[in-house]
Design a protein around this ligand. Structure first.
Ligand SMILES: [Zn+2]
Length: 251
């Protein structure tokens, strides 16, 4: 995994600190849910909270588990607040049936019966999808339909925006990513999350622009954000939408 992909994690909260002051005794880590991971690339201790609520404490190359424990203890309050925030994020329905509202093209849209009988179909707004039957969980079938549409629509849109911005894209892939919306590599490959067909078009475009601009600036520097703002003036609204609604899509 490239550095860049690492940086494009969405939905994780993390305080970064290089300062370690007088440690309170690392008494009660049993209170739990923290795993420790050593990273040769990390230069500082870091604490992140995964979507499942598990905290991950990163130990830098020269760090010790003891110091990491102290670091976690020092950030107890932060950790609790992060978990609390996480639990308040909206979740999508686990089981989809006729009548369930799901995010589709940026709107919470009700699954409706389109065609009954031997070849059942459901619709989401104007889009119609074949399903094996109307009862039971429709989620696996519909998500497969969404992913199939994404594999057609997202590359097409990416090539379009690449042409407009003169970006040197070599390949576009659509993937089932659980922790990021997109990524890119130095050789010009852009990977996009198929769930972008469920977001508003403006959000989908922002993610594409974001990755396209990484082909010029492989970092999140001011220069990078200035380039993003130039081609996608509404990027901050898109980021806000993702923060607020990403959890509905499991990110
Ligand atoms: Zn990025």
């Amino acid at each position: 995994m490239s550095e860049e992909q690492q940086q494009d994690l969405f939905g994780l909260f993390s305080p970064v600190s290089g300062v370690h002051k007088a440690p309170p005794a690392p008494a009660s880590l049993a209170s739990g849910g923290v795993v420790f991971e050593r990273s040769l690339r990390a230069s500082r201790y870091r604490l992140t909270v995964r979507r499942d609520g598990m905290a991950v404490a990163t130990i830098p190359a020269r760090g010790s588990e003891r110091e990491a424990l102290r670091f976690v203890e020092q950030h107890r309050d932060w950790l609790e607040r992060a978990r609390e925030r996480l639990s308040r994020r909206p979740h999508g329905a686990d089981v989809w049936t006729v009548g369930t509202r799901v995010l589709w093209r940026g709107e919470l849209t009700e699954i409706r019966v389109a065609v009954a009988g031997e070849r059942p179909q459901v619709c989401l707004a104007a889009d119609v999808f074949r399903v094996p039957r109307h009862d039971g969980d429709l989620k696996p079938t519909l998500e497969a339909h969404f992913a199939r549409r994404a594999r057609v629509e997202l590359p097409a849109r990416t090539w379009e925006l690449a042409a407009i911005t003169n970006a040197a894209v070599t390949q576009v892939t659509v993937r089932n990513q659980r922790s990021r919306w997109g990524s890119c590599s130095a050789n010009g490959t852009i990977s996009l999350n198929w769930r972008l067909v469920q977001t508003p078009e403006s959000v989908r475009d922002y993610i594409i622009y974001h990755e396209l601009m990484h082909l010029r600036e492989m970092n999140h520097s001011h220069r990078f954000w200035a380039r993003v703002a130039e081609v996608c003036p509404g990027w901050e609204d898109a980021e806000r939408w993702l923060k607020r609604n990403g959890s509905l899509l499991g990110l």
